[in-house]
Design a protein around this ligand. Sequence first.
Ligand code: IPE
Ligand code: IPE
Ligand code: MG
Length: 246
Amino acid sequence: MNFEEKIDKDKLPEHIAIIMDGNGRWAKKKGQPRVLGHRAGVKTVRRITEACAKIGIKYLTLYAFSTENWNRPAFEVNALMRLLVETLNKEVKVLNKNKIQLQTIGDLSALPEKSRKAMENAIRDTASNSRMRLTLALNYSGRWEITEAAKKLAQKVKMGELDPSDIDEKMVAAALTTHDMPDPELLIRTSGETRLSNYLLWQLAYSEFYFTPLFWPDFMENDLHEAIYVYQNRERRFGKTSEQLT
Ligand code: IPE
Ligand code: IPE
Ligand code: MG
């Protein structure tokens, strides 16, 4: 079925978040090393980024490396970091052609110098693009982010700039790495796993979750369109009753 024509262009999510999972299993299934799965995964990043921009999504946030991923074998971590540099250096041209701005959330200070520099350069070189923002979550985790926000607010209290009783949800949201983005309406996770793995814990509080058994390298434009179609047919009640919505 072609899902693109079924999508209501007036009811698109503004922000889609994706947990790109299953690169390793995709490779294993083919009898190839995991790293080849990550290479195939990069192609899906390009494909899905362009598909999102094309239908008019404003924010796409991809989980590329979690704080827990440092626990993988050094060989794989190094390969992922190298792949990041290689990809960024190659893709900036394409991002500019498609008017896509690149951003990142996560603790970049722990990345190898080369990866951090490549990221900073790509962010700088795409800064004026305004069609869509692509955010890579790199060395990111939701708990890390909320902890950092707590530190920032505590510091303000300590300096006498903030009264603890004035802290509200808006202020917490403003202290997060995503302070200048709307919360994702839709979360997609590939590979059949049905967990958050420490992704955007605050921001996903009221998002619609969509899980697909497809491995990330096998996730095509039509699968993205299907996820959006399913999202559009969910009833988002935000605590109200169904009758109140009509
Ligand atoms: C997701 O694929 C990519 C990253 C976490 C960097 P995985 O590498 O987690 O693939 P599986 O889950 O082992 O199949
Ligand atoms: C989550 O995937 C992180 C990224 C996609 C970057 P993982 O494959 O690392 O998650 P777990 O370990 O299965 O929860
Ligand atoms: Mg995985």
